[in-house]
Design a protein around this ligand. Structure first.
Ligand SMILES: N[C@@H](CCC(=O)N[C@@H](CS)C(=O)NCC(=O)O)C(=O)O
Length: 214
């Protein structure tokens, strides 16, 4: 039995959806951001960074969404979240999992948390630069999908598509939402139609985003 410490619509979304993909039993443990519970002593014992997600695996807390994606794919090969070791597309899957987290994830972290840099907000020039970097990653992925889509690994769905769709959703209030890139939008249509995504959104009370019409 897993336990997922989560907050609706945050980096825990992908882990929540992946748990549903596996069919494994899990409980949802809300972390109340309104009350800053992520910085409380009880939660910091599970996740010293004071962030979600944290997943309790065999009784021990594990942090970092990319690590959890890799771990769940490894522990549940039957769910086919990833190409198995030795498969020619395994390296691509590893690449995308890390790329999405270290590029999009890190850029979004900076975008949403100026406090990490000791700022209340960004000067316009810095916000514009961050926005351009996020858009450049979406453009890079769009070009990849144009050549090798419709999923990140071609015809084969993987956990990386769920991870990407979560990051796409986070752009919904940005000047250029990710759904304005047509191949990204088409990928999001496929992913948001999955039972795991719809059940995750229902459980987290997320009804404020859908891909653009095709
Ligand atoms: N690198 C981490 C980033 C996690 C992260 O930034 N989580 C945010 C929500 S999306 C959070 O917990 N924010 C609360 C806070 O920093 O106080 C991961 O991917 O797991």
């Amino acid at each position: 039995m897993y336990a997922l410490y989560y907050s609706p619509g945050t980096a825990s979304m992908v882990i929540h959806a992946l748990l549903r993909e596996t069919g494994a039993p899990f409980t949802l443990q809300p972390v109340d951001f309104e009350r800053k519970a992520q910085h409380g002593a009880d939660y910091l014992r599970l996740n010293p960074a004071g962030m979600v997600p944290t997943l309790i695996v065999d009784g021990a807390p594990v942090q970092e969404s990319a690590a959890l994606i890799l771990l769940l794919a490894e522990r549940h090969p039957e769910a086919q979240l990833a190409p198995p070791p030795g498969d020619p597309s395994r390296a691509d899957w590893l690449k995308w999992t890390v790329h999405l987290s270290s590029h999009l994830g890190a850029l979004y972290r900076t975008w949403f948390y100026p406090g990490d840099l000791g700022l209340d907000d960004y000067p316009d020039a810095m916000r514009d630069a961050l926005r351009a970097r996020i858009e450049a990653v979406f453009e890079y992925i769009e070009q990849h999908l144009a050549a090798h889509g419709p999923y990140l690994l071609g015809e084969r769905f993987s956990s990386a598509d769920l991870q990407l769709t979560m990051y796409m959703r986070w752009s919904r209030k940005m000047p250029r939402p990710a759904t304005t890139w047509p191949r990204l939008n088409a990928l999001a249509h496929r992913v948001t139609a999955r039972a795991s995504w719809t059940a995750m959104c229902e459980a987290e009370g997320l009804a404020d985003w859908a891909p653009a019409p095709l």
